[in-house]
Write a protein that binds this ligand. Structure first.
Ligand code: PSU
Ligand code: MN
Length: 301
């Protein structure tokens, strides 16, 4: 698989530095301009400030890029004509020399091929409410990719119980970072348990290393709840979601357009409250991912 590394990522690989992968769907489809660009740059900087190197992943004119230059990030944020791609879409996007924003599915796959072990995002995809046949391609990819994904749980727009069961069945480990319940994006409470709670990065490293030693090939999700000052209580969240779901149904929105549509509608209905929470959790997850990737390097030397 041909990967094009940015100068920064290529130097980091040579120097054996800690690298954190970041996805591009959240930039191109998950947040609107200009907040998307600002958030993407801030996530990268949080990672650099801690001493690790960010590698935002995307397909640009048919080339798989690991690490984006500033102008490439800017283009991704402004351009509406970017394909949202999961792993299975990669061959199409490359063959047709298209621009593709990578989801958790495509990003995990590429990061793993690039030798990057830790990836930070907001919320992962899962089983959709009211559309039980719509299961995000994030899930099957995570089931077969031994990477660490720092996230704030599945997105709250999903059927959380069904998503939690899917993770269980397909052996995707859920670790709660200082939380006992599986967080669900804008909220820290889902009423569903994580597999185990940890209080420190060292405990996460120990578990990841044992997973690898045992030859277990599925992802480990490190679930990091939204910072409390941005948390939206589940009742309030449900109000926004119910309106967004009703509009989606009326407008017959489905397939890969559903997630971006619901996120955008909820942000409008909540007067940007969900947007602020989304941005806060993304930056917070970037920081924790940097800490994990640094500790992983320190203890593997
Ligand atoms: N997290 C966010 N915002 C997003 C996404 C995640 O905070 O927009 C994206 C991710 O790229 C995830 C995708 O992989 O939504 C899932 O989309 P779908 O449900 O169509 O598989
Ligand atoms: Mn879907």
């Amino acid at each position: 698989m041909k990967l094009i590394f940015s100068k920064e990522v290529s130097e980091a690989k040579t120097a054996n530095k800690a690298i954190v992968a970041l996805e591009s769907t959240v930039i191109a489809h998950g947040l609107k301009f200009p907040e998307n660009l600002k958030t993407a740059l801030e996530m990268e900087n949080e990672i650099r400030l801690l001493g690790a190197v960010p590698a935002t992943i995307a397909v640009i004119r048919g080339e798989i890029k690991v690490g984006l230059e500033k102008d490439e990030l800017k283009n991704l944020s402004e351009n509406k004509e970017i394909r949202k791609i999961s792993k299975k879409d990669l061959p199409i996007c490359i063959a047709r020399k298209q621009n593709g924003a990578t989801t958790v599915s495509a990003t995990s796959f590429i990061a793993y091929q690039a030798g990057i072990k830790v990836f930070a995002t907001g919320g992962i995809g899962g089983v959709h409410l009211d559309f039980p046949a719509d299961v995000s391609a994030d899930l099957p990819t995570l089931a077969e990719t031994p990477i660490v994904v720092v996230c704030s749980g599945p997105k709250s727009i999903l059927d959380l119980a069904a998503t939690r069961e899917w993770l269980e069945t397909y052996g995707i480990l859920t670790i709660g970072y200082r939380c006992e319940e599986m967080p669900c994006f804008y909220s820290s409470k889902s009423g569903l348990k994580v597999d185990e709670t940890v209080d420190s990065v060292e405990e996460i490293i120990e578990i990841i290393k044992l997973r690898d030693e045992l030859g277990i090939k599925s992802a480990c999700l490190v679930m990091n709840p939204v910072p409390p000052e941005f948390e939206i209580d589940p009742e309030e969240q449900k109000k926004y979601l119910d309106v967004a779901l009703r509009i989606a149904k009326e407008q017959k929105i489905n397939g890969k357009d559903l997630t971006p549509f619901l996120l955008k509608k909820m942000s409008e209905i909540s007067q940007n409250k969900t947007l602020q929470a989304n941005i806060a959790l993304l930056k917070n997850n970037a920081k924790l991912a940097a800490m994990i990737s640094l500790e992983l390097k320190n203890t593997s030397a």
